[in-house]
Design a binder for this molecule. Structure first.
Ligand SMILES: [Zn+2]
Length: 91
């Protein structure tokens, strides 16, 4: 129903982000100059409605392997203390 909150699992959100990125690339490459502006407006409306946000930064627990948020200090599965990740230099 319109305005109703819909929860989307993180895996599905990640797949949707990838599909939307692919669709955006296809829209940019489209040679249909008549139809493209309308499709872009519809696409933008879908992106706004989904409100997926950015891809979360994740890390695996080095004790049990469970995946959690990158900045977590404790594993949410085995409660092991997670060492802060060092910054990686980007060249
Ligand atoms: Zn763990």
């Amino acid at each position: 129903m319109p305005g109703e909150l819909v929860l989307i699992h993180d895996d599905a959100r990640s797949r949707l982000r990838k599909l939307l990125a692919l669709m955006q690339d296809q829209l940019k490459a489209s040679t249909d100059l008549v139809g493209r502006p309308g499709l872009q407006r519809s696409f933008d409306a879908v992106v706004t409605e989904l409100d997926l946000g950015d891809e979360p930064h994740l890390r695996a627990c080095n004790v049990c392997g469970a995946v959690g948020m990158r900045d977590a200090t404790l594993c949410s599965v085995c409660w092991s203390k997670l060492a802060p990740l060092s910054l990686v230099a980007v060249r």
